[in-house]
Ligand binder design. Structure first.
Ligand SMILES: Cc1cc2nc3c(=O)[nH]c(=O)nc-3n(C[C@H](O)[C@H](O)[C@H](O)COP(=O)(O)OP(=O)(O)OC[C@H]3O[C@@H](n4cnc5c(N)ncnc54)[C@H](O)[C@@H]3O)c2cc1C
Length: 236
């Protein structure tokens, strides 16, 4: 839930970008990177920052993936092959300079009992919420096309046990490919469909692709979850 006035299709041109020095660059899955730089600002778990290659760039927006008290800011991104920023960003390394904004956005973590639902890199703000102390009473549902793209699976698995569910939407998965893991074969919406009763008084956070957010919101509304209990962050 970010200010639509400063965001146009995931790009921002009105926010100020300041230089930071990259401290770490990890390829945590094929074509997916965790980029870190020293933290110089306060933020709320779930917020985003603008990122550019120069202070004059139309910044792209990324959820902060680290905790509010950690020394480093982490962001998670995957390469969009035809994109402007991410193919270049993927070649950056520790010591390089990047331009980032102050944090903003109102997709905030809370201590309420809630479901955190994500597709792809949309898992990033929940890692920040978890690392900021908001992990109690949560279910985490993560949808992805490939098993390698369940980013931070160990961290979520350790924190949430069977309340962490991975939904693998890739077609034609060999039956022996997933021996014992808690992986649901199907889309996030198919997993949610399996629940006859989703508790209406809980909060439901949705983060990731527009397709996933729209489909999940419709499904939750059909199941009589009040509109006000559904928080959404769409990655354009
Ligand atoms: C609130 C918010 C939070 C986000 N958080 C994250 C995050 O944590 N991690 C993450 O990975 N991403 C996140 N995103 C998405 C991110 O901001 C970028 O959109 C993404 O990384 C792509 O950037 P890019 O410059 O590489 O691609 P862009 O140049 O922005 O292009 C994006 C896509 O659009 C296509 N495209 C570009 N120009 C055109 C055109 N003229 N016509 C048709 N198609 C075109 C490209 O092929 C590409 O696939 C977030 C977005 C929002 C709005």
């Amino acid at each position: 839930m970010i200010d639509k006035q400063i965001v146009n299709m995931g790009k921002t041109s009105l926010i100020q970008l300041n230089p930071v020095t990259i401290s770490r660059m990890l390829e945590i899955a094929p074509n997916a990177f965790l980029l870190s730089f020293p933290r110089s600002f306060e933020f709320e778990a779930g917020q985003v920052i603008g990122v550019g290659l120069s202070k004059f760039d139309d910044a792209r927006i990324y959820s902060i993936a680290s905790g509010t008290k950690e020394d480093q800011i982490d962001i998670l991104f995957d390469i969009k092959a035809e994109g402007y920023l991410t193919p270049k960003l993927a070649s950056f390394k520790a010591g390089d300079t990047l331009f980032v904004s102050e944090p903003f956005g109102s997709f905030h973590g809370s201590e309420n009992t809630a479901w955190w639902i994500a597709s792809g890199t949309g898992i990033a703000p929940y890692r920040s919420m978890l690392r900021s102390g908001f992990g109690g009473g949560k279910w985490v549902i993560h949808g992805s096309r490939t098993e390698a793209s369940f980013y931070f699976a160990d961290e979520f698995s350790n924190a949430f046990g069977h309340h962490y569910v991975r939904c693998l939407s890739q077609k034609n998965i060999p039956s022996d490919a997933m021996p014992d893991k808690q992986i649901f074969k199907g889309r996030v919406t198919q997993f949610l469909e399996t629940f006859d009763i989703l508790q209406k008084e809980l909060q439901y956070f949705l983060c990731g692709s527009a397709e996933m957010v729209i489909e999940c919101r419709e499904l939750l509304l059909e199941k009589k979850v009040p509109y006000g209990n559904i928080m959404a962050e769409v990655y354009f």
